[in-house]
Design a protein around this ligand. Structure first.
Ligand SMILES: *Cc1c(COP(=O)(O)O)cnc(C)c1O
Length: 373
């Protein structure tokens, strides 16, 4: 069986370095924040090409603090997409603001800038695009619209470590970029982790205060904060893994390119082409009208697959009170019904990729799946 994700194989490839780093933390007695966390922050900021990174316990916390640092609160509206992991919308809810959705573009599956303009109201404060599956949203258009309406842009870059356009990396396009280091992400901790990156010294200062109980000096609480701190063990392990990230990202791009080549001209609807670097390939998803059938047949053939995500957030029971319903965001709804994620990680061999592609073609060959575009 080819798993959807193979974290044991990744671990095996850098086992001695990870074990040495973990042992050093255990022996140090310094377990939360501290020197190793500060060191990882410097390295990750440099990787993203921004001035500051604030290391946190999760990516969800990064979104929450980025919104708070932008001044978002009750009465405000934050525009995002329904085709995302629920955390994007949960973070908006934590602030007391209202999430307003716009549909995604049928070719890129990220925020449709043409629909963004119409969703802006006098209450809109922030635009929160999601780099879904690791593909950069159209940040040039989104930033232009945001500038015109004086809105702050915050990127949900939880899936997009290292995606870049014109030499700028995910996280460096908005006021803040929010990353997750959940184990399965392109840069994953051995536990939970996240980071907010920014060029804005004020945002970084606010995020540092809020992640540690609003403390400005020990037991001097200047604002209402949270316990969103990163622990030293995760920071040390992430520093080891960050060294591998450029090679891992290249590896993901190699897998995606090989899938593209192998599936070209077949009945399988692939992701649309993009600039070589603007996609970090957290997920490689094909589209099919008969997803359950294809998924079951692939499992029979020894290939595990996933669905990211089977239901858009506007149709989740938890967010029914936002007042949306079936048919409001047809592109997101169609993608939720049709997307099927194939295994993608740098350790996949060419033979495995070719085997997956040929199984998929054999299964889909019997019928033609019409792509959305
Ligand atoms: C993973 C993810 C998050 C949340 O990150 P956590 O570290 O799990 O809190 C937010 N948004 C998107 C798009 C994600 O994929």
């Amino acid at each position: 069986m080819i798993p959807l994700l193979d974290l044991k194989r990744q671990y095996a490839s850098i086992e001695p370095e990870l074990e040495a780093a973990a042992l050093a933390v255990l022996q140090s007695g310094e377990y939360v924040l501290g020197r190793r966390v500060a060191h990882f922050e410097e390295e990750f900021a440099a990787y993203c090409g921004v001035k500051e990174a604030v290391a946190l316990n999760t990516g969800t916390s990064a979104l929450h603090l980025a919104l708070l640092a932008a001044g978002v609160g009750p009465g405000d509206e934050v525009i995002t997409v329904p085709m995302t992991f629920v955390a994007t919308v949960a973070a908006i809810r934590y602030t007391g603001a209202k999430a307003v959705f716009v549909d995604v573009d049928p070719a890129t599956w990220t925020m449709d800038p043409g629909k963004l303009r119409a969703a802006v109201t006098s209450r809109t404060r922030v635009v929160l695009p999601v780099h879904l599956h690791g593909r950069l949203a159209d940040m040039a258009s989104i930033n232009a619209i945001a500038r015109r309406h004086r809105l702050t842009v915050i990127e949900d870059a939880a899936q997009a470590h290292g995606a870049e356009r014109h030499g700028r990396r995910a996280g460096a396009f908005g006021q803040s970029g929010c990353f997750s280091f959940y184990p399965g992400k392109n840069l994953g901790a051995c536990g939970e982790g996240g980071a907010l990156v920014t060029d804005d010294a004020g945002v970084a200062r606010t995020a540092r205060l809020l992640r540690d109980w609003g403390q400005d000096g020990k037991y001097n609480h200047v604002c209402h904060g949270f316990n969103y701190r990163m622990d030293a063990l995760q920071a040390a392990l992430l520093s080891v893994k960050l060294k591998q990230l450029p090679a891992w990202t290249d590896g993901r791009r190699r897998v995606a390119a090989r899938y593209d080549r192998a599936l070209k001209g077949s009945a399988v609807a692939r992701p649309t082409a993009c600039d070589g670097l603007d996609h970090a390939w957290h997920v490689y998803a094909v589209q099919t009208d008969r997803r359950d059938h294809v998924q079951a047949e692939l499992a029979q053939a020894g290939v595990a697959t996933g669905i990211h995500y089977p239901r858009p957030v506007h149709l989740q029971p938890a967010y029914a009170d936002l007042g949306y319903g079936q048919g409001d965001f047809p592109v997101s709804e169609a993608l939720a019904d049709r997307l099927l994620s194939l295994p993608i990680y740098p350790e996949l061999t060419d033979a495995q990729i070719d085997g997956i592609a040929s199984s998929l073609q054999r299964i889909c060959g019997a019928f033609h799946a019409e792509p959305l575009v």
